[in-house]
Design a protein around this ligand. Structure first.
Ligand SMILES: Cc1ncc(COP(=O)(O)O)c(C=O)c1O
Length: 374
């Protein structure tokens, strides 16, 4: 199987990640709440992972790195914990349902529209401002097209208007540098199983100094047992219940792996593969590619359709006859599909990861040429 669905989850995990999870399952007991050796080994690894993530994302204190089971949970915590019903929020048409649905549930939200090429007009942000606008919540990269949003520009808009800035870094964490302090990000949500190459069931949010979130869930924390309220201090304020310390141990090993290779090296390889693929497929008659490829400052995603074929049909064909795994359909990005005009047939996404090779690219291109043949 040639796996080109890395934007959903990276399937080939570094052996060190697998080993770390197995070792954690053999050695960790109580996940960090207690003074016996097993609890201490869990709490050390959990704390060390907070330190590494804080360094990776420019979060100024490891205590404000909160673990969740994925970025969907992190985004729910951020959106439900920051806003009151009267607060208005600005978001964009480029979002994944894990941003859209919590915002639809919140209710008071406006979206910067994307055009038929999936691009945002940044002057629209100002037009959506209201006296009660509290924040901008947006993604770093579209999971459908791979296009990056201009975080610097949005951050400047937030600063000028005294707004909070919440970023969904699901598609970029681990492969594109993000410094939340430098970018003025108040809450950064990430997932562990995509470019961070960690296990599924890991993720979290990093919270800037002075940003207060109400707890999404409350319960046991191993501290302040006799208090009726959730502890006020991070991280326990937002971490009720037993943590996924086995997964966090795997994420720790994944961070070591990325740090040893260097994010830049990983990124260059993934982008070189995406570029090779893009240049070859755009030469095939009948292929339509979505998104902005005028710059390679983007995620390693190329999404396309072939002639008037349904994306599910194409993806099934690629899987059955060529052993190539891609992602068809709606990609949980309904507003962007609307903008691109691909609601009916969806689109086929090819996403490249650290473990892919030029051979994978060339096989995928051959398969597409075959499908596109009139
Ligand atoms: C842009 C974006 N946001 C959020 C998510 C949700 O990630 P998770 O399923 O890990 O919660 C995804 C996953 O595909 C995504 O691509």
């Amino acid at each position: 199987m040639i796996y080109l669905d890395n934007a959903a989850t990276t399937r080939t995990k570094p052996q060190a990640v697998i080993d770390a999870v197995v070792q954690a399952m053999q050695t960790m007991g109580n996940s960090g709440r207690g003074a016996h050796d097993d609890a201490l080994s869990a709490s050390r690894i959990i704390y060390d992972t907070r330190v590494k993530l804080a360094a990776l994302f420019g979060c100024d204190a490891p205590e404000r790195v909160i673990f969740t089971s994925n970025s969907t949970e992190a985004l729910n915590i951020a959106i439900s914990g920051l806003f009151s019903p009267e607060d208005h929020v600005i978001s964009t048409d480029c979002e994944h349902n894990s941003v859209l649905r919590p915002l639809y549930r919140h209710g008071n939200v406006s979206f910067v529209p994307a055009d038929a090429q999936g691009q945002l007009d940044y002057s629209e942000f100002g037009k959506l401002l209201r006296p009660n606008t509290q924040a901008v919540v947006c993604t770093h990269a579209s999971n459908l097209t791979g296009d990056l949003l201009d975080l610097e520009r949005i951050s400047a808009f937030c600063r000028e208007n005294g707004l909070l800035f919440v970023v969904d870094a699901s598609q970029t964490a681990g492969v594109i540098p993000i410094d939340m302090t430098q970018l003025g990000i108040d809450v950064l949500c990430f997932t562990g199983h995509k470019s961070l190459m960690g296990p599924q069931g890991t993720g979290g949010l990093c919270i800037a100094k002075g940003v207060e979130l109400r707890p999404f869930k409350v319960g046991g924390t191993g501290v302040q047992t006799y208090a009726q309220e959730q502890p006020a201090e991070y991280p326990t304020r937002l971490e009720a219940g037993t943590l996924n310390s086995h997964g966090i141990a795997g994420l720790n090993a994944a961070l070591n792996y990325i740090n040893a290779i260097g994010m830049d090296t990983i990124r260059q390889k993934e982008i070189a593969l995406a570029k090779r693929f893009y240049e070859l497929v755009t030469g095939i008659d009948g292929v339509t590619v979505y998104g902005d490829f005028s710059s390679w400052d983007r995620a390693a995603i190329v999404t396309l359709n072939i002639r008037d074929l349904d994306s599910a049909q194409v993806s099934d064909y690629l899987s059955e006859y060529f052993g190539i795994a891609t992602r068809p359909g709606g990609h949980c990005a309904p507003r962007l599909h609307q903008a691109l005009g691909t609601v009916e047939r969806g689109a086929v996404r090819f996403s490249f990861g650290w473990h892919n090779t030029e051979y994978d690219v060339d096989m995928a291109v051959r398969a597409i040429a075959e499908v596109a043949r009139p």
